[in-house]
Design a protein around this ligand. Structure first.
Ligand code: PAF
Length: 281
């Protein structure tokens, strides 16, 4: 596996892959890799001839009071994991390479960025859209892979790709990969590493309460029970627990076949998010 830290090295490495023929897949990450990320890489390997992974903790998607500095960074371990999965090229730029002095451009996707995490994390999805567009322009992949755990992020990226004509010859497809869960149902996330042993045990209440609410028809009473269960399990706050149309993300008053349940809740200082279709995973 080759590692590129500068754009010029990245471009000649990508040219080298292109010269060999075949499709190039991009798996963008912020590092602190877990099985969810490796599932994206495996899916990318299955569909493309060459996989490029990026590790970049993107400062623009963190709010001023968020965990940019604390975000887990474990580059050597991550690089070894990607190499073992057969990644051809690792793009690991410094922030100054991505946002050089004088950088002034922001990508903002209306609609999909609003509500849910967009309400609690102002500017977050602008940061995501901006960096993902830059990664697409830097790597020029044929396809890219993102996890369904960040469903709203996926909706923002898909909208941006459509609106900005990122389809062929630039990015042929945005592939979504289902949520990967721990044995107790907790969705895998790099932020799970922030949880103490006790919080980690309690965190399993999140998917369990979501499944319970779905089984009870996601009625207003079922949603109230979900909130109570989380409070009872030791969660400090529920940022949102909402039913939305899975495609448009439009709010729904009641359960419908296209509906997904979206929840963000805080335990200790850690904010966990999850989403599930009402039709079952
Ligand atoms: O999902 C993530 O890890 C990040 O939001 C992404 C897509 C790599 C952009 O920084």
């Amino acid at each position: 596996m080759q590692t590129a830290n500068t754009l010029s090295v990245l471009r000649s490495a990508v040219d080298g892959l292109r010269a060999g023929g075949g499709a190039i897949a991009l798996v963008p990450t912020m590092g602190a890799l877990h099985e969810g990320h490796l599932t994206l890489v495996r899916e990318a390997k299955r569909r493309a001839d060459h996989v490029v992974a990026s590790i970049f903790v993107n400062p623009r998607q963190f709010g001023p009071k968020e965990d940019f500095r604390a975000y887990p960074r474990q580059f050597a371990r991550d690089a070894a994991l990607l190499e073992a999965e057969g990644v051809a090229l690792l793009w690991a730029p410094e922030p100054s390479e991505v946002y050089p002095a004088g950088y002034a451009t922001n990508v903002s996707v209306a609609g999909a960025s609003e509500g849910l995490c967009g309400a609690d994390r102002p500017g977050h999805f602008d940061g995501v859209a901006t960096v993902v567009l830059k990664l697409f322009n830097q790597v020029r992949p044929d396809m890219a892979f993102f996890g369904e755990k960040d469903w709203q992020q996926l909706a923002v990226i898909r909208r941006m790709a459509r609106d900005l004509d990122l389809t062929q010859p630039h990015v042929e497809a945005i592939h979504a990969v289902p949520v990967v869960r721990e044995a107790d149902g907790l969705a895998m996330s790099s932020r799970n590493a922030y949880l103490s042993a006790e919080q980690r045990r309690a965190a399993a209440a999140l998917p369990a309460a979501m499944r319970g609410a779905i089984a009870a028809g996601a009625t207003p009473d079922a949603m109230a029970t979900l909130r109570d269960r989380l409070a009872g399990a030791g969660f400090d706050r529920v940022d949102y627990a909402e039913l939305r149309d899975g495609d448009s993300l439009a709010p729904l008053e009641s359960a419908a076949p296209c509906a997904r349940l979206f929840v963000a809740a805080r335990i200790g200082g850690t904010r966990l998010i999850d989403n599930m279709p009402l039709s079952g995973e």
